[in-house]
Design a protein around this ligand. Structure first.
Ligand code: PEP
Length: 251
């Protein structure tokens, strides 16, 4: 399975700043062909960056979208718009969307189904709060998020899905899950996917980790058998740090 390293720029970078970052990353990532590299810039940068990432290992993702095709939905963008701007992937259900914009499991499911139907590859985020972890509810919480997100997703489409395990308490806090904590959850998510779809259908489904991933912890995370990549927030805004993460060396 090819690992996937994705950078989520969140609400950072103007068009000019985004272009500078990608131009530097292109140089640093020249020749990389063993990792799928995905960047999720703000919507305003995607089309411009699509020209800059051509002939490079970098693919683009939306950070969000709305499931309807078009119409009176002020402020939203559709899957078709993301595709036409140059995206191949879309992040769905990031914890910041669940928290700040009250996105529900049902909405995450509608977006997942719409993304798959349109040909966008969803990166579905799941993760527990600190309180849920402390109460021993982590696996229960992330399993129900994933099950709900995948409701109605056919076995023939599941290989297009990437699952991102992002413990909410580890996002943007500098406090990452230990490789063992992450591995335990990834393992249980893998089991759930097997149960839902069978081993053949899910053998290519990547489960990536997100939450304060940095150059100094990526190697030990990637050494875990069920961690297939990373979703990187803060560190993806620094070209050198993100390139080092892409060039991880499992230890
Ligand atoms: C994220 O945005 O998905 C994320 C994991 O952020 P950070 O790496 O900054 O914790």
């Amino acid at each position: 399975m090819t690992p996937l390293i994705a950078g989520n720029w969140k609400m950072n970078t103007t068009v000019h700043q985004g272009a500078e970052l990608v131009i530097r990353l292109r140089e640093l990532l020249k020749g990389i062909d063993t990792v799928d590299v995905v960047l999720a810039p703000p919507f305003t940068s995607i089309h411009h960056l699509s020209h800059l990432v051509a002939d490079s290992p970098i693919k683009l993702a939306g950070q969000n979208f709305f499931w309807e095709k078009s119409g009176a939905y002020t402020g939203e963008v559709s899957a078709e718009m993301l595709l036409s701007a140059g995206c191949q992937y879309v992040i769905i259900g990031h914890s910041e969307r669940r928290t700040h914009f009250k996105e529900s499991d049902e909405e995450v499911n509608r977006k997942t189904l719409a993304a798959l139907k349109s040909g966008l590859r969803p990166i579905i985020c799941v993760g527990e709060s600190l309180e849920e972890r402390e109460r021993g509810k982590t696996v229960k919480r992330v399993s129900s998020q994933l099950q709900n997100a995948l409701s109605g997703v056919a076995g023939s489409a599941i290989r297009e899905v990437t699952v991102a395990y992002e413990p909410v308490w580890a996002i943007g806090t500098g406090r990452n899950a230990t490789p063992e904590q992450a591995e335990e959850v990834h393992n249980s998510l893998r089991d759930l996917l097997y149960e839902m779809y069978g081993p053949d259908a899910v053998k290519d489904v990547r489960i990536i980790y997100g939450g304060s991933v940095k150059p100094d912890n990526i190697d030990s995370l990637m050494a875990q058998p069920n961690i297939d990549g990373a979703l990187v927030g803060g560190a993806s805004l620094k070209a050198e740090d993100f390139a080092r993460i892409v060039k991880f060396q499992p230890m």
